[in-house]
Design a protein around this ligand. Structure first.
Ligand SMILES: Cc1cc2nc3c(=O)[nH]c(=O)nc-3n(C[C@H](O)[C@H](O)[C@H](O)COP(=O)(O)OP(=O)(O)OC[C@H]3O[C@@H](n4cnc5c(N)ncnc54)[C@H](O)[C@@H]3O)c2cc1C
Length: 490
């Protein structure tokens, strides 16, 4: 699937580490976006750190495949350019290679009554859009006068229906939530999954009033990102895996840092103030601080023998399956111009496909000349069964559902099905309470830190930033509290 990195980790100081040597400053388990960013922050500050990854390559979900002139993402397709990502790309000297998505990607389609409708991006288009309609506008006009909720945790569906009405929920929010979370708005917690939306109501009493105020504020505030990049969807010529590879290369170049692939951690224990992690191959790693940057079910499994109170909240986070079905067609076999980011399909349309990205429109070099590439998603929290069946069934199912929508005439000339049995953590009702319980249990475990896409945001950009913040905090703490044993610290 992904190319393995040829990194001379064994040449580094931290890689020579074994049970007999002084403990490392920090051990990071899990080499996805979160773990890579945390390790990079520590490594560039000279900390003795090792990143242990179960797979053969680093990047976690960031996996790009090239096959001749076809190039697909098995996992995420784009990251949003925000100030922290811009700063990271500058640091990694990767900004010059970043690709902004084709400008037509601003256009996003939603299916309404079996037809593709562009989501309105401008006020006049919004007035005319059948997605909202006069009934939707009449309902929206009431929004600023609807009182605040009592402050209890509320489902996203309940929140949107209460403030914006059932039509907006069904036609716009439901497909959006499918596209981002593969989630169920009736189960997602608005406070956990969309805290900024919840904050608009809490702080301004209205989404419309608060949204307009925030827009005006954003226009006034100077941005650290050049306008040409602000908010753009980004990838790289060799896909998002290129970002993971660059992070891994830069970490490996630090003399005090090590990257160890094919290293599955199967057990954790304490030895006084030191954390000990044991790999499936029986090797032991020792460090003062331990960061687990693995999916919640893996963290739960590792932590259960230490304290059930750590494992229980992590076990309760749902991870529904999603399949990504990449389909390559001859250009002549698709009637639709594919002039946009992609299409989202609301559940109310009675189809099982969540949506499709127009991948060859987004970035150059994703399909051979005269061909188009789609990346279609199926499964998710509301229809996990749709992700079952063999590859041929998956391909047949999504083509049957997209044929009329996109004017597909022929059969695909290239295809790939990627299965994510536990794709995306769901921030559902009770998520914040679960995190609170987890933090209370964590307080008793000095030097143990948990991070990953199951808290603080599922977007790649959130994972990178949360990883960075944790790495910086640990690097700072190491300066404030020198190693009591007088060795091993930076
Ligand atoms: C199909 C799909 C599409 C997506 N699309 C987008 C998108 O377009 N844009 C976007 O911003 N986000 C998207 N996301 C979300 C995003 O990819 C993830 O939230 C993010 O990449 C998670 O990073 P992470 O480091 O927290 O976890 P992961 O990427 O899951 O990394 C965890 C790492 O831990 C390793 N590991 C696990 N167990 C062990 C162990 N015992 N010992 C050692 N290592 C271990 C794993 O091998 C893995 O490398 C998508 C996700 C999926 C599944």
């Amino acid at each position: 699937m992904s190319a393995s990195l040829d990194i001379p980790a064994s040449h580094t100081d931290a890689a020579r580490h074994d049970a007999a040597s002084a403990p490392l400053d920090v051990l990071v388990v899990g080499g996805g976006a979160t773990g890579l960013a945390a390790t990079w922050s520590l490594a560039r500050r000279g900390r003795r750190v090792a990143l242990l990854e179960r797979g053969a390559a680093f990047g976690g979900n960031l996996q790009t495949e090239r096959d001749g002139d076809w190039q697909i993402e098995h996992g995420p397709n784009t990251v949003i350019m925000k100030p922290p990502l811009y700063a990271l790309l500058e640091q990694l000297e990767l900004l010059d290679e970043a690709q902004a998505a084709n400008a037509v990607a601003n256009k996003r389609y939603v299916v309404l009554d079996g037809q593709l409708e562009a989501l309105p991006m401008k006020p006049l288009a919004a007035l005319r859009s059948p997605l909202i309609g006069w009934r939707g506008w009449a309902r929206l006009a009431r929004e600023p006068f609807i009182g605040r909720a009592r402050g209890d945790e509320e489902s996203l569906a309940g929140f949107v229906e209460r403030r914006l009405g059932e039509r907006i929920l069904r036609r716009m929010i439901d497909p959006f939530v499918s596209g981002v979370y593969a989630g169920d708005p009736a189960r997602l917690s608005v406070q956990a999954a969309m805290p900024r939306l919840a904050a608009l109501e809490a702080n301004h009493g209205s989404l419309i009033r608060g949204g307009l105020k925030r827009l005006r504020q954003a226009r006034r505030e100077p941005s650290p990102i050049p306008a040409a990049w602000r908010g753009k969807l980004v990838s790289f010529p060799r896909g998002l895996q290129q970002l993971a590879e660059r992070l891994a290369e830069r970490i490996a170049a630090q003399p005090q840092a090590a990257l160890v692939a094919d290293c599955e951690i199967v057990a954790l224990r304490r030895d006084g103030a030191i954390w000990v992690a044991e790999s499936a191959a029986g090797r032991q790693w020792r460090a003062r601080d331990l960061v687990l940057a693995v999916p919640a079910p893996v963290a739960a499994r590792l932590l259960r023998p230490l304290d059930e109170a750590l494992a229980a909240p992590l076990t309760e986070i749902a991870y529904p399956p999603v399949n990504a079905v990449a389909l390559g067609f001859r250009e002549a076999d698709i009637g639709h111009p594919l002039d946009g980011f992609g299409v989202l399909i609301p559940r109310a349309e009675g189809r099982r496909t969540l949506g499709a990205l127009f991948s060859s429109t987004l970035f150059p070099g994703r399909a051979p000349a005269g061909h188009k590439l789609l990346n279609v998603f199926i499964g998710g929290r509301q229809d996990p069964e749709a992700a079952t069946g063999d590859d041929a069934e998956q391909v047949a199912r999504v083509i049957a559902e997209l044929r009329d929508l996109l004017g597909i005439r022929g059969e695909p000339v290239w295809q790939r099905v990627t299965r994510w049995p536990q794709a995306i953590p769901q921030y559902e009702l009770g998520h914040l309470a679960r995190l609170e319980a987890l933090d209370a249990a964590l307080a008793a475990q000095d030097g143990l830190h948990l991070a990953g896409n199951w808290r603080g945001g599922i977007a790649v950009g959130d994972c990178l930033e949360n990883g960075r913040l944790l790495g910086e905090a640990l690097a700072d703490a190491a300066v404030e509290a020198p190693d009591p044993r007088g060795g091993g610290g930076a």
